[in-house]
Design a binder for this molecule. Structure first.
Ligand code: HPA
Ligand code: ZN
Length: 339
């Protein structure tokens, strides 16, 4: 049994679209008569999940999200999938979840409006979190490889959804080919409107992308960021600013950032004095849960239970939460971890 299964865990970096139940997707494909090149259940799995025989590349990883965009075909489907994501997180004893979603992705299959999909996701997620007794906050993602004009519209809507649990704005997508700088004015506005900022950087791109995320976008947290170690000046900047890294080991392995799980630089990041948290990124695409990532960090990367508590405490400290709310969550976690 996984010893981390029963412990309460916080997750700061999980994409809704990468967390969908395969069984539900399969049912939707059938009910909606989606034409997919998947004659068998195993073929179907390959379309939406990274399998062992596939190329471990960013392109292959991102291709799964493109297939998944075909499934968001009604409010009922979007709300059902969202509620299941929360239920699955709760079943893995994630007691604090920041779930991010990409409104643009959810609009595409049927030409829904951005407002509609944000309404459906926030309503369903909030209701499910209440039912499962977990503390939930939402982050809205925009992609670098999609037009900044679209991102501006999404960011403005995200700010208007603050009363409905949206606390942050995230920049995701292909950082190997698309710089963050064109998004700087949008992120400045978002910050001014009270949203927190997290940016995918230093995953498929160099350490300089981490610097850009911190300096141009004022990122408080970095998604992945593991390549920061390639530049001591970038490490120094991240330390000085207290930037928190949302590290996702299996995702990094499956998208080809690290050659093996054992080679993951998470321990080196901790040794360099960086603030590190442990996350899944896309549990259903990767076929994992957060307890799996905790066990992996313990068994394959040599992190002690105390080090994993440190990562947990860092996540709670870096959570996009108000102070009184944070203190209540931290106390409940500490009791469970320290007995
Ligand atoms: N990197 C960039 N964009 C993403 C990722 C990722 O790991 N997952 C979902 N969108
Ligand atoms: Zn991500």
């Amino acid at each position: 049994m996984n010893p981390f299964g029963p412990l309460p865990k916080p997750e700061l970096h999980r994409h809704l679209e990468g967390s969908l139940r395969l069984r539900s997707l399969f049912d939707i494909a059938r009910a909606e008569q989606l034409t997919l090149p998947a004659p068998t259940a195993e073929h179907f799995r390959t379309l939406v999940q990274v399998r062992q025989h596939e190329p471990f590349t960013a392109e292959n990883f991102l291709s799964k999200f493109r297939v998944l965009r075909l499934f968001y075909r009604s409010p009922e489907i979007i709300q059902r999938l969202t509620a299941e994501v929360i239920a699955d997180a709760a079943a893995d004893n994630i007691r604090y979840l920041e779930l991010r979603f990409t409104p643009v992705a959810l609009t595409r299959a049927r030409g829904f409006s951005l407002y509609e999909v944000m309404d459906w996701v926030t309503t369903s997620a909030t209701e499910a979190a209440r039912r499962h007794g977990i503390v939930l906050r939402l982050i809205v993602s925009v992609n670098r490889h999609e037009p900044p004009g679209l991102a501006a519209e999404v960011a403005e809507l995200a700010a208007s959804f603050r009363p409905r649990g949206v606390v942050g704005l995230d920049l995701a997508g292909d950082e190997s080919r698309y710089p963050a700088a064109p998004f700087a004015p949008i992120f400045r506005e978002a910050r001014a409107a009270g949203l927190h900022i997290t940016v995918h950087a230093g995953e498929w791109g160099p350490a300089s992308n981490v610097v850009e995320a911190i300096e141009a976008l004022h990122a408080e947290r970095i998604g992945h960021g593991i390549r920061v170690l390639e530049d001591p000046n970038a490490v120094a900047l991240a330390r000085e600013r207290g930037v928190v890294f949302e590290v996702c080991p299996t995702s990094n392995y499956q998208s080809g950032v690290v050659p093996s799980l054992e080679a993951h630089p998470l321990p080196k990041m901790l040794a360099a004095g960086l603030r590190v948290t442990l996350n899944t990124d896309d549990p259903s695409i990767s076929g994992i849960d957060l307890s799996h990532e905790f066990a992996l960090a313990h068994e394959k990367l040599g992190l002690s239970r105390e080090a994993l508590w440190e990562c947990t405490a860092t996540a709670l400290d870096a959570a996009f939460l108000s102070t009184p709310r944070r203190e209540a969550v931290v106390n409940a976690f500490r009791k469970a971890w320290q007995g």
